[in-house]
Write a protein that binds this ligand. Structure first.
Ligand SMILES: Nc1ncnc2c1ncn2[C@@H]1O[C@H](COP(=O)(O)OP(=O)(O)O)[C@@H](O)[C@H]1O
Ligand SMILES: Cc1ncc(COP(=O)(O)O)c(N)n1
Length: 284
């Protein structure tokens, strides 16, 4: 399809497939804001309804897998999709529905944020958003996507190792994940302590250099939904034709400003949301 090849001259149509956050800071609400903040047209297929706020996860309601399939089909039967961002997939039956749909539709850009838990919050089950018995299905999903964006705990689960304690160890795990799955890995350093918050693009090809994008750590509690927002931004920028490293550099600079300005929103008493539209307020 020629139309799908060159998207740089028009607004990318980006589909988020994820769970909800009724306070608007994480999940599919954050995805839509991030897609819009990067000039995309956002669409949303909901995998699970999550009763959560800036303090924690209270309950999760999952519609039947057939209903997820119906939502996906309703979008792809009507709209040419330029990029897909996958977030909370909850458990193997939902992962399998998404996998079958991807095999059929083959969107040109697919980014997987392998969400396991609401890491910035706590709650019953530690804010768990993915069934621990379904890890094999999530690993298999990595082989179906172009980019996987794990934080350090997610990366450890995906490679079946203990959590990396430093950046070099994290990059080593990302290399193993990329090698095993064939996907490019965007490894995120937000969970490392210290002054820096680096991210890197690690390609499955052993000979390809690791491209680290350095970043300064912003001293802020407005970090709810950072992973969702970053992966949606990268998916949207990639759909305009930008290579991964360039998309990550731009998204990361934008996210640092969004974290820095998050407190201005004054939303909730826990870890608050980032300000996706800080650049429109003349504050960034
Ligand atoms: N305090 C911070 N200052 C600057 N960037 C941050 C901060 N916390 C997280 N990030 C960035 O936000 C993105 C999400 O990172 P991370 O927290 O590791 O993932 P997740 O939100 O999935 O747990 C990454 O680009 C990371 O570098
Ligand atoms: C539905 C949903 N998906 C993902 C997250 C991760 O958010 P965080 O970046 O705060 O860990 C979340 N809290 N809720």
């Amino acid at each position: 399809m020629d139309e799908a090849k060159d998207v740089s001259s028009r607004v990318p149509r980006v589909l988020a497939v994820a769970g909800t956050d009724p306070t608007g800071g994480a999940g599919i609400q954050a995805d839509l804001k991030s897609i819009a903040a990067h000039g995309g047209y956002g669409m949303a297929v909901v995998t699970a309804l999550v009763a959560q706020n800036t303090r924690g996860v209270r309950a999760v309601h999952v519609p039947p897998p057939e209903f997820l399939a119906a939502q996906l089909r309703a979008v792809s039967d009507d709209v040419t999709i330029d990029a897909v961002k996958l977030g909370m997939l909850h458990s193997a039956p939902l992962v399998e529905v998404v996998a079958a749909w991807l095999d059929d539709v083959r969107p040109p850009v697919v980014v997987l944020d392998p969400v396991l838990a609401a890491t910035s919050t706590t709650g019953p089950g530690g804010g768990r958003l993915f069934d621990t018995a379904s890890t094999a299905a999530l690993r298999a999903m990595c082989s179906r996507v172009h980019l996987v964006t794990p934080n350090l705990p997610e990366l450890a689960v995906l490679v079946g190792e203990t959590e990396a304690q430093g950046w070099d160890a994290a990059v080593g795990q990302a290399r193993r994940l990329a090698g095993r799955t064939g996907a490019t890995v965007l490894v995120k350093g937000g969970h490392l302590g210290g002054e820096d918050s680096p991210d890197a693009i690690v390609r499955p090809d052993d000979a390809a250099p690791v491209r680290t994008v350095p970043g300064r750590r912003v001293d802020s509690t407005s970090t709810h939904g950072t992973g969702c927002s970053l992966s949606s931004a990268v998916a949207t920028l990639a759909a305009t034709g930008l290579p991964w490293v360039e998309a990550l550099s731009r998204a990361k600079a934008w996210l640092a400003g969004a974290i820095e300005q998050g407190a201005v929103l004054d939303v909730g008493s826990g870890r608050g949301p980032v300000d996706h539209f800080h650049h429109l307020r003349g504050m960034g």
